[in-house]
Design a binder for this molecule. Structure first.
Ligand code: TMP
Length: 260
């Protein structure tokens, strides 16, 4: 598929125009950042794994009736998507307290929450993605009451589905981040899931060892990030020839596998 002009470049992905109107090509880079760009690196093969894992999760969501922007994966690093107007909010869903929640409120790390906690962050790098309340979303018209109600409900459905999917392969879904966008079709506006769902945007812990199988390996300098992402793909049964990163030595994976 022929790529058109670059529409947008983010920290981990690039959006290009696609031949058909209303669609775009989402390209996954190997770039990793944390703490709003303070920490940066290139991790060879990360984009390929995220493309494959995100494709798997979003197409599974499509199958259970949760509409997403994914049309299809087109190659190792790219997928064809529906172009949406992104709502400038990061929706974080937490099942276990860790990360910024424990720091902000001094909650003990690893506290299991009675029910999922949804937090809202305003997507703005200049301001460091500040946490916001529902009232800010209404006051500044980032979303209407009806839109937010729909999104929160989708967040809970997605959490239910993903918790079950990961539990089945020995992984705890600790928390994750979602983004939604507006799609205008036949003069009707719909809200659909956008962006990506991958170990870059989730916290995933091995059920027994609690080993981290996500981007915290980069944030906390734990090493073996590719091996951890490959382990997630392997357990989801999607680590086929094409997602094998030839430069990675499988020996390193043993530490993660043996602790299962
Ligand atoms: P936090 O504990 O740092 O707020 O992160 C909560 C979840 O959101 C975690 O799974 C990582 C994900 N996340 C992103 O995907 N992008 C971000 O920019 C941040 C800060 C978190």
């Amino acid at each position: 598929m022929k790529k058109g002009k670059k529409l947008y470049e983010g920290k981990a992905k690039i959006l290009y125009a696609a031949p058909e109107k209303g669609t775009a090509i989402q390209h996954f880079k190997d770039h990793a950042t944390a703490f709003n760009n303070l920490k940066q690196s290139t991790i060879e093969g990360k984009g390929i794994l995220n493309n494959r894992i995100s494709e798997h999760i979003l197409s599974s969501l499509n199958q259970i009736g949760i509409e997403t922007h994914l049309i299809k994966r087109i190659n190792m690093r790219e997928q064809l998507i529906k172009l949406v107007e992104i709502i400038p909010i990061e929706f974080v869903i937490r099942n276990i307290a860790t990360g910024s929640l424990t720091k902000r409120l001094k909650i003990e790390d690893g506290t299991v929450l009675d029910k999922p906690l949804i937090e809202f962050f305003y997507k703005n790098d200049e301001l460091n993605d500040p946490m916001i309340a529902r009232e800010h979303i209404y006051a500044f018209e980032w979303a209407t009451v009806e839109e937010l109600e729909f999104i929160v409900n989708q967040c809970l459905r997605i959490n239910d589905f993903m918790q079950g999917m990961f539990k089945g392969v020995g992984i705890k879904l600790v928390d994750f981040k979602l983004e939604f966008g507006r799609l205008i079709q036949n003069e009707k506006k719909r809200i659909i899931l956008a962006d990506e769902i991958s170990p870059d945007t989730c916290r995933l812990w091995d059920v027994t060892s609690e080993e981290k199988l996500d981007k915290d390996r980069f944030r906390k300098d734990l090493g073996n990030l590719i091996e951890a992402y490959q382990e997630v793909a392997r357990r989801l049964n999607i680590l086929h020839e094409e997602t094998n990163i030839s430069s990675v030595k499988f020996g390193k994976l043993r530490s993660i596998r043996n602790k299962k």
